[in-house]
Design a protein around this ligand. Structure first.
Ligand code: MLT
Length: 397
């Protein structure tokens, strides 16, 4: 008998959503070399790293070039200076974390995928539909079947636990990717109570928390009483501080998470020390600079820049009478496709007629059909241009 592959990969869609889109766009560009394409598809940032981060990164590079300050392997869980800064960030919002509950990693996507090493195959997985494809694909790769909960216009794209619902692992993302919807405290409390009741675990993706400006909306699940007993939180510097290409994030695993008599914190530490050698010293120094007073001021102006884009897109949609969610405490705008178009038809139409790229809602799940996601992470002038093209195209209706 020869080597066998993981046949669960055969259950995946052919390619990852954002790779498919990138291929489609590059094929179009090849046949239309003069087309000035504006990309508001993948949520990739366009502003450079802020000066506080760049300076600290440069200083750390200098340290690496001198024998007396060189760093080799670092602590797998992250350097103390960064974990202390993260602890302080949560502390400023009255959330107490122990240092050893914080794990620095190379981004939320990796940790969201890797965390599945900790869980038994038989767990019932529950994800909203539409959803960030990583939650589904990583479970499919591991051979787990996934149940979906409907996120629709009727529930404001924020599903709540329904009577009779059973689940062991529940994925929540707020502000949501792709819909931009944000859970209220009451909404998250309903999930925390449900998880505590069922002995379930919530995997809470907080990658977009920095976009919440409404003080009444929760930015961390640990703002909800009881969450330390039922939730792991994933966060990232990607969207907050422009680290999509630098790579750094963090995951919080509270000590209260004990299942089958085993601490998830200890398991995750065991997993990380075995399979991961930590994030580079230079990157962790850069990440720590985000939490300095100057770093916070500088990233606040980057966030304001993206918020302005969200406003530009949202106002245009309002003017055109197109329904949408998000864009207020979120960098994503989730719009209804005009004229009852399917989301891939609208993608093709917008690309070929206006040279604007967005993400078809159907790529995020069945309930995404008929919707389309635009990101606010683009360049401001280009975003305005894209919006003008969208308005011109749709006024031809
Ligand atoms: C997205 O566009 O949904 C994100 O950029 C994907 C990611 O953060 O991995």
């Amino acid at each position: 008998m020869s080597m066998r592959v993981n046949m669960h990969y055969a259950d995946l869609k052919d390619s990852y959503l954002f790779s498919s889109i990138a291929h489609k766009v590059s094929a179009y560009q090849q046949t239309h070399p003069d087309a000035d394409i504006i990309r508001l598809g993948i949520g990739d940032v366009t502003l450079p790293l802020v000066p506080a981060v760049v300076e600290e990164m440069g200083r750390a590079v200098g340290e690496m070039g001198r024998k007396e300050s060189f760093h080799g392997y670092g602590p797998e869980q992250g350097y103390d200076f960064l974990r202390q800064a993260i602890q302080g960030y949560y502390g400023s919002r009255q959330i107490r974390l122990d240092m050893d509950e914080i794990f620095v990693g190379d981004g939320a996507k990796s940790d969201l995928g890797n965390i599945l090493d900790l869980f038994d195959q038989e767990n019932r997985v529950l994800v909203p539909d539409p959803v960030y494809p990583v939650y589904v694909d990583t479970n499919v790769m591991a051979g787990r079947s996934v149940a979906f909960m409907n996120a629709t216009e009727d529930n404001g794209f924020l599903p709540l636990p329904e009577p009779g619902l059973k689940a062991d692992l529940i994925y929540l993302c707020s502000p949501n990717n792709p819909t931009g919807a944000v859970y209220t405290r009451e909404g998250l409390k309903a999930w925390v109570d449900f998880a505590l009741n069922q002995g379930a675990l919530i995997l809470f993706d907080a990658a977009y928390e920095a976009f919440i400006s409404d003080p009444l909306l929760p930015r961390s699940i640990y703002e909800i009483e009881g969450a330390r007993g039922c939730a792991i939180e994933f966060s990232s510097f990607s969207k907050t501080a422009g680290f999509t290409g630098v790579r750094c994030g963090y995951t919080v695993v509270p000590h209260e998470l004990v299942f089958d008599g085993i601490s998830l914190n200890k398991m995750w530490l065991r997993r990380q020390t075995t399979k991961f050698n930590g994030v580079s010293y230079v990157v962790q120094r850069a990440a720590a600079a985000v939490f300095t007073q100057r770093g916070q001021q500088e990233i606040a102006s980057s966030l304001a820049y993206y918020r302005e884009n969200a406003k530009t897109i949202a106002q245009a949609l309002e003017k055109m009478g197109i329904d949408y969610t998000g864009g207020k405490n979120s960098p994503y705008i989730w719009m209804k496709c005009p004229n009852g178009m399917t989301s891939w038809d609208f993608f093709d139409h917008l690309l070929s007629q206006a040279h604007v790229v967005g993400t078809p809602g159907a790529g995020f799940g069945a309930n995404g059909e008929g919707f389309f996601r635009l990101t606010a992470f683009g360049d401001q002038a280009k975003t305005r241009q894209a919006v003008a093209r969208l308005q011109a195209l749709l006024s031809e209706r």
